[in-house]
Design a protein around this ligand. Sequence first.
Ligand SMILES: C[S@@+](CC[C@H](N)C(=O)[O-])C[C@H]1O[C@@H](n2cnc3c(N)ncnc32)[C@H](O)[C@@H]1O
Ligand code: SF4
Length: 431
Amino acid sequence: MKNIDELEKNLLEALNNENFNLSFELYCKLSDLFKNMSDENISLKQKQWIRFLLKIMSKSRVNCDDTIYTKLKATIAEDDIKTQNILLNEYEIYKKQIELKSKPQSLQITLTTKCNARCKMCGNITKPIWEVSEYGIKSIIQILPYLQDVTWMGGEVFLHNKFKYLVEQSSLYETEQNIITNGIISDMDIVKLLVMNNVRTSVSIHSFNRDVYKYITGKDCLDNIYKFLENINKLRKKYFCLSLNMVVMKSNYKEISNLFDLALKYNINEIILLPLHCEIQTFYNNENIFFGDNINLDVIKYIRELTQELESKFKAIGVKFINQLPVFEYLNKINDNESIKKDLIPIATLKCNEIFPKQKYKICRYPWTKLFVENDGEILISSSCRNMISYPMGHIDKDLLLDIWNNDKIKEIRSKIINDHCSEYCQKILD
Ligand SMILES: C[S@@+](CC[C@H](N)C(=O)[O-])C[C@H]1O[C@@H](n2cnc3c(N)ncnc32)[C@H](O)[C@@H]1O
Ligand code: SF4
C-alpha cells in the first residue's frame, strides 16, 4: 500500500508538470499493482488516472503510437466507453486516419441565442432568436457518452428549457462541462445545478462602474453578478472552477486592475482577458483599441505593463491568468511609428512558436477531435476556424452529430490537412 501511495504521489506530480513520458511510466507501474486488486475503488481510481494521463497526452501533442496505445488499452475497462474513445481517437490521429471509428472528444454548442442582456458588441442581438430543437437535443444525448468535455454556449444557456436536463445527463456520463454566463440570473436553483454537477463557470464582467457596465450590456445589473458570485461561494466545493472574463475595449481598459480585488474577494480560479472583436461595426469602430490602423501605441504599452504586473500578482495568489489581448511585441526596433505598426506581432504567437518551433501549427487536430455548433445551428469544426472554414458540415436541427463526424465535407478537410494543405485554413489566422 505504501508503494501505491508513493507511486500515486509521484504520478500526480508528473501529470501536474505535464511530463507525459514520466507519467506514462508511473501509470504503467501503478496499473501492474492494481491488476491484482479487484475492488470498485481501485477501478474508479484507475479510470481517473488514465483520463488525466490522456489529457496530458493530448495537451503535450504526444504521438499515441502502437506501444502506448496497446499498453494503455490493456488497462481500460471494456465498458468504459469514454476512455476507450479518447484513446482510440488519439491513436487514429497518430495513424492519420481520415475516416474515424472514434467519436469527437469535445463539443462546443450554442443552445440558445435568447438573452436577458443586450450587449452592444454582441452579434447575437442582431440575429433572429434561434435555439436547439428536440432533434438537436437527442443528437447531443447520443454523443455525450463519448465526449471528454462539452461547453454550453448562449445567449444565456439557462434560458433553454432543456439546460437542466442536459447538465444532469452530462454528469451521468461523466462529461466535463463548461459555461459562460453574464451572471445576471443569480437564483439559488441555478447555482445549485452548476455546483452539484461541477460545471466550470465563467462569468463575464466588463466593468466595475455601474454606468459603464450599463453602457456596454444595456442592463443596470452589475449587482446581480456580485450576488451570483456570492451564491456560488456559499455552495461551492473544493474543486469547483470559477472564472471571470472581461472583453477589453476603450471604455474599460483602465479598469483591468480591479479584477485582482474581485478575484481575491470571490475565490476566483481563473481570469481571462479578451480583446473586443468586430461583431457590431459601429460599436467596434468606437471601442476598438487593438486592431487595424487605429491602434494607439501608448494604450497598448499601458496595457502591456499593467498585465505584466497583474500576471505576477495573480501568480502569487494562485490564480491562472489567461491574457489573450494582442499586446504587441516589436519584431524590430525601429523609431518611426508607422514602420513599428507593420512589424508588430502578438506575444502569444511568439510564445507558441517557442513551444512548437518546428510544427508551427502545421498539423491542426481539431477536425479529428472537435465539433462546434454556431448561434444559428450550423455545425462547424471549431470556433477558432469559423473564419477559415466558413461552410458548415451540417445543421444541428436536421443532421445527427454522429453522422456529420465522417461525412464527405469533414473527411475532405482531414485529407487536405494530412496532405499538407493546412495552411489553406489555419495558418492564415495563427501565423
Ligand atoms: C456571446 S457570450 C454568451 C455567454 C453569456 N451571455 C455572456 O455574455 O457571458 C460569450 C462571450 O463572448 C463575449 N463577447 C460578446 N461579444 C463579443 C465581441 N464582439 N468581442 C469579443 N467578445 C465578445 C461575451 O462577453 C462573453 O464573454
Ligand atoms: S450577455 Fe452574452 S449573449 Fe447576451 S447580449 Fe451580452 S454577450 Fe451577447
